[in-house]
Design a binder for this molecule. Structure first.
Ligand code: NAP
Length: 272
């Protein structure tokens, strides 16, 4: 029986246990996937006392802080500076990042290659999204965060690896409004239902993407829709990052061929 899970705080609203249980059952794999509420000051203790887990996901607020507790990192997790997937490999805890590929997959399904993007937030998810966008050639990336110093740190880290793109922090709401009017992608990578007020007019064809999936249509997405933007919630990303995590834990690269993704999506939508 394979033992998996997710750690975070809060964790009650996560749909990862339902998602992973559905997939394990669908694949005929005996296993369990449990949610563990782990506070920041209990992270180290959790890692020491849950060695029975083959792997686990990591969510808010531990994606960055867990890095220093792990025995190794994938190249991508190292570059991103955040981990959402941990695998126990010969008693060593190794961190991976599947948020980035999960996010990229959702852009690919829409055939999107944004040139000017804005990310709201500078935590673990924002790091993964920024890395994914810069990898596919986004030429102008603006980061806005409630705590500007964290946005500056993220910008500094990204500039080490992506010298070709213009990466900036915006703290002035007026200048941010102007950038929003010209962006072809705006990503909410915070749990806030309305992290900023959107301008009346967005760029034609702009996509407003909220990484939240619970509710399926956040206040932010509702406002974006009223302003004529395309909208996308975090459900597809949740599915793709989860499948990538399972590939790592189970060592099965063929996993998606064995999956009925639309059936899984429908199952999750009915839960929300
Ligand atoms: P994190 O590392 O803890 O970062 C949280 C970010 O949100 C920080 O930038 C924080 O700003 C900001 N924030 C928190 N509360 C805020 C508020 N009330 N107003 C404005 N900003 C606020 O968390 P994370 O792992 O990046 O997750 C961020 C969000 O993305 C969560 O809602 C998570 O569920 C979602 N997510 C979804 C998927 C998916 O597959 N769909 C994957 C990953 C994450 P400060 O720096 O000022 O604290």
């Amino acid at each position: 029986m394979i033992k998996l899970g997710i750690i975070g705080d809060p964790i009650e609203r996560s749909r990862s246990p339902a998602l992973h249980s559905w997939v394990l059952q669908h694949l005929g794999i005996a296993g369990e996937y449990r949610a563990y509420c782990v506070r920041g000051d209990d992270l180290e203790n959790f890692l020491e006392t849950h060695r029975e887990l083959v792997g686990f996901n990591v969510t808010i607020p531990h994606k960055e802080s867990i890095v220093r507790h792990l025995d190794g990192l994938s190249h991508e997790a190292y570059l991103i500076g955040a981990v959402n997937t941990v695998k126990s490999e010969h008693k060593r805890l190794v961190g991976y990042n599947t948020d980035s590929i999960g996010f990229l997959r959702t852009l690919q399904t829409r055939d999107l290659f944004p040139k000017q993007a804005i990310i709201l937030g500078a935590g673990g998810a924002a790091r993964a999204v920024a890395y994914a966008l810069l990898q596919i050639g986004t030429s102008s990336l603006t980061i806005f965060n409630r705590t500007p110093s964290r946005a500056w740190q993220l910008t500094h880290d990204l500039r080490q690896h992506f010298q070709e793109s213009a990466i900036s922090v915006e703290s002035d709401p007026c200048v941010l409004m102007d950038a929003l009017c010209h962006a072809d992608l705006v990503v909410n990578a915070t749990p806030a239902p309305m992290p900023i007020v959107l301008p009346q007019r967005l760029s034609s064809g702009a996509l407003v993407y909220d990484l939240t999936y619970n509710p399926l249509k956040s206040d932010f997405l509702k406002e974006a829709e009223r302003r004529g933007a395309q909208i996308c919630n975090g459900l597809d990303m949740l599915i793709y990052q989860a499948l990538e995590s399972l590939k790592i834990w189970l060592g099965r690269s063929d996993l998606e061929n064995a999956m009925e993704i639309e059936g899984l999506k429908k199952f999750l939508e009915e839960l929300l």
